[in-house]
Design a protein around this ligand. Structure first.
Ligand SMILES: NC(=O)c1ccc[n+]([C@@H]2O[C@H](COP(=O)([O-])OP(=O)(O)OC[C@H]3O[C@@H](n4cnc5c(N)ncnc54)[C@H](O)[C@@H]3O)[C@@H](O)[C@H]2O)c1
Length: 407
């Protein structure tokens, strides 16, 4: 099927909701580069507090419009509903990028879809299966694009595993081991307000659940989880230091996922991470932290440097100082390019025809994207892990709609 643009369409208007770590370090640099490349017309940011907007305005001066407006709002007052006004005011064609804490994605996605915008949401899609279905239903009704930013799908080290598995070179899956562990600054500093509402499994372990599904196409069958609370309670947080889960898949293969967010603050990278897979005809082994590249500097000491995730480089463009790129960039750009494609394909059509055309395109992409029905699996495993933890590590299975059930 060949989808050539039917006609030119105006560039996108983007609204980023949530002005935290990922917005500052990845989302905004990506969006502003895409703006420079002519794909995006306007950039808006909505966060809870005007102080967050002010902080971002200092880092990215004159680049975006902020909600709540620091010029007219008390900088420390909390406005958890300010994003609704921004969603309503955002001109079409609109793309809303959701970067709120894990447990606060759903209301933003639903408001954006309801207002007729498309969405990219930071992983995980949400924390509850019921919410994932609500999002999928809303997106279907509006023929809206909702992509979960599972950026590991764009890591060449993961794409390689998917390709080789697809070629049959690993044979049938037997088992795998994934590890992803971050420094303690994440719950103690960055997520100090919400670390007890999520966990290292829900926040980052889910990347490898999604990666296993992405590589193999398999669905999870049952889960048992374990968790420890030893360090964070001493810092006044009722949050897990570490969570491990064993996930059995529909073919009987098993993935062990080991997660934490209390690694030493002296760790040589924010994230320890990697994946090992064994199949009947071959194995895959990848350290996704140690990419055989490090710096030692007076400023920062020893650093393991992952050139593949999201990094700033000298620009090839003589008119620009820097470029950003990496799998964290490409994952968001995939969503931007898809939405531009949808907008071009439907430019000038009456809404009923445009909606039909969007449905066709969404169906066409479905096997290749972290759409709501694919991202549902990570959400289902997240919820199953919570249920197992709350029930003495019991096995949790899934019903036909992926609702977790104690076994
Ligand atoms: N793709 C990745 O690898 C990656 C990495 C880090 C974080 N994330 C995900 O991105 C999301 C955000 O993470 P973060 O690191 O930026 O967290 P953060 O805590 O640093 O930032 C969250 C931001 O959302 C804002 N917020 C909270 N409630 C809001 C509301 N009602 N309206 C508007 N803004 C609101 C907070 O004030 C804060 O600015 C999380 O879901 C996280 O799991 C993804």
């Amino acid at each position: 099927m060949n989808f050539q643009p039917a006609s030119a369409a105006p560039p996108l208007q983007t609204l980023v909701v949530g002005g935290g770590m990922i917005t500052e370090e990845v989302v905004l640099p990506t969006i502003l580069q895409q703006k420079r490349l002519g794909k995006i017309a306007g950039v808006w940011i909505a966060s809870r507090r005007a102080a967050t907007i002010q902080r971002l305005q200092k880092i990215f001066p004159n680049e975006f419009q902020g909600f709540p407006d620091p010029a007219t709002t008390d900088s420390e007052a909390s406005h958890p509903e300010a994003f609704r006004e921004a969603v309503q005011l955002l001109p079409k064609p609109g793309l809303v990028i959701v970067a709120t804490p894990d447990h606060l994605h759903t209301p933003v996605i639903l408001a954006a879809v309801e207002a007729g915008h498309h969405v990219i949401v930071q992983k995980p899609l949400c924390l509850k299966v019921a919410e994932a279905h609500q999002i999928a239903d809303a997106a279907r009704a509006k023929a809206a694009y909702v992509l979960t930013d599972y950026h590991k799908r764009h890591d060449p080290a993961i794409r390689g595993a998917k390709y080789k598995f697809g070629q049959g070179e690993l044979g049938q899956m037997l088992h795998g081991h994934a590890w992803i562990e971050e420094r303690r600054e994440i719950p103690l500093k960055y997520f100090a307000n919400w670390c007890d509402k999520s966990s290292p499994f829900e926040y980052i372990g889910v990347h490898y659940v999604d990666a296993y599904h992405f590589i193999t196409g398999l669905k999870p069958r049952r889960v048992a989880a374990f968790g420890q609370k030893k360090l964070l309670p001493k810092h006044g947080k009722d949050a897990f230091d570490a969570v491990q889960a064993v996930v059995e898949w529909e073919d009987g293969s098993v993935l062990w996922v080991q997660t934490s967010w209390v690694c030493s603050e002296h760790n040589s990278a924010l994230t320890n991470q990697g994946l090992q897979l064994l199949g009947t005809d071959g194995e895959y082994w990848a350290d996704h932290k140690a990419r055989n590249c490090h710096f030692v500097t007076q400023k920062s000491g020893y650093e393991d440097y992952n050139p593949n995730f999201f990094k700033t480089f000298d620009s090839w463009d003589p008119a620009e100082a820097i470029d950003v790129t990496g799998y964290g960039y490409l994952s968001i750009v995939q969503g931007i390019d898809d939405v531009i494609h949808l907008v071009r394909e439907t430019a000038g059509l009456a809404e009923a025809d445009a909606s039909r055309r969007r449905q066709e395109l969404l169906k066409w992409w479905e096997p290749k994207r972290a759409s709501p029905s694919q991202a549902l699996l990570g959400t289902a495993v997240n919820e199953a892990v919570r249920l197992s933890l709350a029930n003495n590590n019991k096995y949790v299975g899934f019903d036909a709609k992926m609702f977790p059930q104690l076994l």
